[in-house]
Design a protein around this ligand. Structure first.
Ligand code: AR6
Length: 543
């Protein structure tokens, strides 16, 4: 292809944006407290400086519906003297403060400090990735700067938690529709606490434990990700650490002044669309083999190819789309503190996050390559106009299973919950920026998943920008199928019935999936596209 040939197919970006400027769309109404929206900052916002915390007088809730804060007056830490003296209880926060308020000169010291308020885990936690990072990855001078300047500032940020976060943080529990808004600075303090592993009750691996249905939040699991026999993946973990340290360097140098909203969306299954009865046509699609969701999808609703435990393997070995997004925009990690595992018809939307790092590569070639200055404008509530929707696809061990109608409906509903925004006016909805959702680690078929996402977008009332992540062949076959379905006015109900036929008749070889759809929707495939066409399946059409 010539250099001038466009990388994209389908409709132009102008059509996608309905002629509007980028960033003219909103994903949420302005921040306003209600029974379903907890606001942890004082409104209205001041014009300058980080938002002030709300409420003015601290209140704590040490109970099941709320994040158990490390500084809660009810969080007690047992001290065993190891002799005849009875067990003592001290305020956990006091122990944390005492342990962290020292001048560290080595990771061994930091490790000892973290374990001093996590002593149950002293035998189980391993800090090898941190040790490796400071002795083999960065040079001595950088390490020295870390201990002298960054680490003390991170400690300060963590220990400011009681003054920065004065209200209880509700958990975003299963089967609820609720939102939380907080400042980027509050998030930074929470994440500094995650770094120092201060969150109580979040370390147990017991499936019966209180937080078994929540993602991990304390960073100890990431600190353990180093193995000599896995050099490439260990290297990627070190790059993730670089991203996180860079984030802490940024927020401790200049306090961020914006706000963030995290919204959990739930639509009961019985209220999800009856897909086989819908007559919507597919929405506008722009499909391109160049660019990424986070860079070229600015201002759109950007899909996070999520795990049902949001964040997936970010605090572990994982280094694919979701994990990379979480380390270049670490504020996303605050979702891991508050979000119960996502059920089939649930999604999470996060707005206002900032990107801090540039990167290159992917998976084991992932690399932090420097500072990223995010110039995304803010909305009237102080949020950057960057919205990410976490939707978790199904993981398929066998390719066939994804063509079962039950699984197709599950994926349709999941995408629909993520894409629909009933609180917004339909005409004001941005397009979706997505790609091969569920088609990497989760092993789905992108030719099917793109149709599923398009159907969901149609019903939610949004256009779509699709990034094939370098795959020009996929771009071309999807755009050909897309135009075909539009030309034939094949609506959702008809597409569902075609998929049902495919389910009934397909073999285990799915390379002919699109050919099947072409043939059954009674059109002669375009010349050269499919070299061999079975004439008995093709009807003459009038065009
Ligand atoms: N922009 C556009 N497309 C991308 C990008 C990007 N930035 N990054 C990757 N792709 P994957 P999944 C394409 O495997 O299959 C995580 O651990 C690329 O073609 O991340 O839904 C989660 O926590 C890639 O192969 O998503 C889950 O546990 C494809 O998107 C699990 O992976 C799929 O990316 C989800 O796996």
């Amino acid at each position: 292809p010539s250099v001038d040939e466009p990388q994209w197919r389908g409709m132009s970006m102008d059509e996608i944006n309905k002629g509007q400027m980028p960033f003219s769309f909103h994903q949420h109404p302005p921040i306003s407290p209600s029974s379903t929206h907890t606001v942890l900052i004082r409104l209205p916002l001041d014009n300058r400086g980080p938002p002030r915390p709300y409420p003015t007088r601290s209140s704590d809730k040490w109970s099941v519906g709320y994040v158990r804060m490390p500084n809660s007056p009810q969080s007690l830490y047992p001290i065993d003297h190891g002799d005849d003296r009875p067990r003592e209880f001290r305020l956990r926060w006091e122990v944390i403060q005492e342990s962290l308020l020292q001048s560290f000169v080595s990771i061994a010291q930091l490790e000892a400090a973290i374990l001093s308020y996590n002593h149950n885990y002293a035998d189980r936690w391993d800090f090898c990735a941190l040790h490796h990072f400071f002795s083999d990855i960065i040079d001595e001078e950088e390490a020295e700067i870390f201990f002298r300047t960054l680490l003390p500032k991170m400690i300060q940020l963590a220990l400011q938690l009681p003054t920065l976060l004065t209200g209880p943080i509700p958990l975003l529990k299963k089967h609820t529709n609720c939102s939380i808004s907080m400042s980027q600075l509050q998030v930074a303090s929470l994440l500094a606490n995650a770094f120092f592993c201060t969150f109580p009750r979040r370390n147990s691996m017991n499936p019966q434990s209180e937080y078994a249905m929540y993602p991990h939040i304390n960073l100890n699991s990431l600190f353990a990700c180093y193995k000599e026999e896995r050099p490439n993946r260990s290297a990627a973990v070190a790059e993730k650490l670089k991203c996180l340290f860079h984030y802490f360097r940024r927020v401790t140098t200049t306090a961020p002044e914006g706000t963030i909203t995290v919204q959990r969306r739930y639509i009961p299954k019985e209220d999800c669309p009856r897909w086989d009865r819908l007559h919507n046509l597919l929405p506008a699609l722009h499909i391109t083999s160049s660019g990424t969701i986070e860079a070229q999808g600015a201002g759109l609703l950007q899909v996070d190819f999520a795990n049902k435990y949001v964040g997936g393997g970010v605090l572990n070995w994982g280094c694919v789309q979701e994990e990379i997004r979480f380390v270049i925009c670490p504020e996303l990690m605050v979702t891991m503190l508050i979000t119960e595992v996502l059920d089939d018809t649930e999604a999470l939307v996060v707005t206002g996050i900032e990107r801090y790092s540039k990167y290159q590569g992917y998976s084991s070639s992932f690399k932090w390559i420097g500072d990223f200055v995010d110039e995304t404008p803010r909305d009237t509530s102080g949020r950057r106009k960057t919205s990410v929707v976490a939707i978790d696809a199904l993981y398929f061990t066998q390719a066939d299973a994804q063509f079962n109608m039950k699984n197709i409906i599950r994926e349709l509903n999941k995408a629909y919950v993520g894409f629909s925004a009933p609180e917004m006016r339909r005409n004001d909805l941005s397009a979706i920026a997505t790609g091969n959702w569920g088609c990497g680690a989760f092993r789905g078929n992108p030719k099917l998943k793109v149709l599923i996402q398009l159907m969901a977008a149609a019903v939610a009332g949004r256009s779509m920008v699709y990034f094939t992540f370098g795959d020009a062949e996929l771009r071309d076959s999807v755009s050909e199928m897309y135009w075909h379905l539009l030309d034939r006015s094949i609506d959702i109900s008809r597409l569902i019935s075609l998929l049902r036929q495919y389910e009934a008749e397909s073999t285990t070889d799915h390379s002919d999936f699109y050919r099947f759809l072409f043939n059954r929707s009674k059109i002669k495939p375009l010349t050269n596209y499919f070299p061999v066409v079975n004439p008995s399946n093709v009807e003459n059409t009038n065009d």
